[in-house]
Design a protein around this ligand. Structure first.
Ligand SMILES: Cc1ncc(C[n+]2csc(CCOP(=O)(O)OP(=O)(O)O)c2C)c(N)n1
Ligand SMILES: [Mg+2]
Length: 279
């Protein structure tokens, strides 16, 4: 990857992480861990891959994005704010009564293509969007991110069968393989492993990536574009809570917000990382 682009993406991802922390702290609730694990992927998609237009959020030719693991809305909201779909200030009213940004993505929010949060459903909606593009010869692509716990939902595998049957090569699903779900290790709760072999058996083209390395993400999403006749899944190894030391790989940060002291520490770590990148 071009060094300038990489630096810009790293800086943006750091700002996305700061926005996540800002949102969940102001809400006193929400899901920081799984939001932080997809901050780099969302940054790559919105700043280096997808055709989206903040001034025309409903432009029919835009690429579509569905956050199937909808509880990680703070990451999507923070990315959309960085991209200019709405002011960053909105993040400070996350989950507040009457605010635009509620706990799970809602289609009424500029830049949000599908409401989500009931795990397993987002990928089905993404399949429908991809089939629609095929039927009407539209060139847009559909991207969706699922959790590794989410793929325990049976609906995911019906959608996987559907996407392969209809040869949805305009669909790219990412499985955020952070190893943790709501209350423990995914492997202990109900193992979906090996994820790669399962998708391959369902007829998908499978790519593996490092979720926190933009070179790896670029290679994965570029490879996805070369595949025809099959849907593509990128199984990305990620760290839940990535970027905030005390949240990393710690299931207790799945669905709890930092108190004032923890918020200050998280901010200072991310601000130090940002300053180092900008130096
Ligand atoms: C149908 C459904 N069942 C249960 C939940 C509650 N829930 C929210 S997050 C979560 C765990 C998800 O784990 P994973 O997909 O691994 O997410 P991540 O680690 O990325 O946060 C659960 C069970 C839900 N949102 N939807
Ligand atoms: Mg997980």
């Amino acid at each position: 990857m071009d060094a300038m682009l990489k630096k810009r993406l790293e800086i943006t991802a750091c700002k996305v992480r700061l926005g996540i922390i800002e949102g969940v702290h102001s809400a006193k609730s929400g899901h920081p861990g799984g939001s932080l694990s997809i901050a780099d992927t969302l940054t790559y998609l919105y700043f280096a891959k997808m055709n989206v237009y903040p001034d025309k959020p409903d432009e029919p030719s835009r690429d579509r994005f569905v956050l199937s693991k909808g509880h990680t809305a703070p990451a999507l909201y923070s990315t959309l704010a960085q991209k200019g779909f709405f002011p960053e200030e909105e993040l400070k009213s996350l989950r507040h009564v009457g605010a635009m940004l509620q706990g799970h993505p809602c289609i009424t929010i500029p830049g949000v293509d599908m409401s989500s949060g009931s795990l397993g459903q987002g990928i089905s909606a993404a399949c429908g969007m991809a089939l629609s593009a095929k039927v009407s010869s539209e060139p847009y692509k559909v991207y969706t991110i699922l959790g590794d716990g989410e793929i325990q939902e049976g609906q995911v595998w019906e959608a996987a069968m559907f996407a392969a049957h209809y040869k949805l090569d305009n669909l790219v699903a990412v499985v955020d393989n952070n190893g943790l779900q709501i209350d423990g290790r995914v492997a202990d709760v109900m193992s979906p492993y090996p994820i790669t072999d399962k998708f391959a058996a369902f007829g998908w083209h499978v790519i593996e990536a490092d979720a926190h390395d933009f070179d790896s993400l670029e290679a994965a999403f570029n490879e996805a574009e070369t595949i025809s006749g099959q849907p593509v899944v990128i199984v990305q190894k990620s760290i839940k809570g990535k970027g905030v030391s005390f949240m990393e790989d710690n299931v207790s940060w799945h669905g709890s917000a930092p108190n004032d002291e923890q918020y200050a520490q998280a901010r200072s770590e991310l601000e130090a990382a940002l300053a180092a990148l900008q130096a």
